[in-house]
Structure formats: structure tokens, C-alpha cells
Design a protein around this ligand. Structure first.
Ligand code: T46
Length: 133
């Protein structure tokens, strides 16, 4: 069974020109990627997230800057700081996530296991707690 969430460590190929990381379906990304989006122009005073997904897995990568992610499976809550481009945060189904304390102008890349579907978002915390039981 897949974990509810976990840190993924990506290997960078580094030389005097800089570093490169390749992300591949079912290799260092634990699902087939169907969608990629990115978040940018962030500001610390504006948190994001506050929802769960009934049927979506994602990997969040802070390409530039930092932010704090709060993950909650309905029983335990854990705070994770994302601040490196060689770290990914895998988040499975039915995990409530909040994202806060973005650095100014941070850039987050997100790989998703499915196309965008607003119907599979749970944006109400009480409803999430019922589903998470
Ligand atoms: C998540 C965290 C990490 C689309 O039209 N297509 C898309 O693929 C996405 C992701 C969003 N949208 C629309 C839906 C909203 O009208 O873009 C608007 C902003 O989305 P939202 O408020 O959900 O953004 P975040 O940053 O709170 O959450 C996003 C993802 O939606 C979510 O799946 O896990 O990033």
C-alpha cells in the first residue's frame, strides 16, 4: 500500500554549469503524471490549499523559495518545510493540506496523477473528517 505522504529525494546531475533533475513516470514519481501545474508570485501573507482530494495523488516540489505544508490525515497533523528543488513531497488521497508562509515569489511545481476535476476536491474540513474516518 502506498504511504499517505512521504518525502522523495531526487538525484541531481551536477556539474560546473549547475544542476539538473529528471522526473519520470513510475520511477522517481510514484504514479503516471497526467497534469503539471505551477504556483508562482506567492506572498507570505496569503496561504493556499485547505482542501483534500478524494482521488488524486500529487508531488509538490519547491523549485525556488520555500513554504510550509501542513498535512492532516484526520488523526495526525504534520508540518513540513519545503525549501529545496531536490526534494518532493508525495501526497496521497484523502489528506488535508494547507500551504502557508510562502517566501515572496516562490515557485512550486506540482505533478498530478489526474486531470483537473473540481468535483473531487473536499474543501470543507468537517466533510473531510467524515471521509477520513
Ligand atoms: C493542491 C495544491 C498543492 C484549475 O483550473 N486547474 C488546475 O489544474 C488547478 C490546480 C487549479 N485550477 C483552478 C481552480 C481555482 O479556481 O485554479 C484556481 C486556484 O486553485 P486552488 O485554489 O485550488 O489552488 P491552491 O494553491 O489552493 O491548491 C492547488 C491545487 O488546486 C491543489 O490540488 O493540492 O495546489
Amino acid at each position: 500500500m502506498k504511504e499517505k505522504y512521504k518525502i522523495l529525494n531526487f538525484s541531481a546531475i551536477t556539474d560546473k554549469r549547475g544542476s539538473l533533475i529528471a522526473l519520470e513516470n513510475l520511477k522517481n514519481i510514484p504514479f503516471e503524471i497526467k497534469r503539471i501545474y505551477y504556483i508562482f508570485d506567492t506572498k507570505p501573507e496569503f496561504p493556499r490549499g485547505a482542501h483534500a482530494h478524494t482521488n488524486l495523488e500529487q508531488v509538490l516540489i519547491m523549485i525556488d523559495g520555500s513554504c510550509e505544508i501542513i498535512l492532516n490525515d484526520g488523526k495526525i497533523s504534520q508540518n513540513i518545510i519545503l525549501n529545496r528543488p531536490d526534494i518532493g513531497l508525495y501526497i496521497g488521497k484523502n489528506i488535508w493540506r494547507e500551504m502557508k508562509n510562502f517566501s515572496y515569489g516562490a515557485k512550486m511545481l506540482v505533478l498530478a496523477s489526474d486531470f483537473y476535476n473540481e468535483k473531487e476536491y473536499i474543501r470543507n474540513y468537517d466533510k473531510f473528517l467524515k471521509v477520513a474516518k
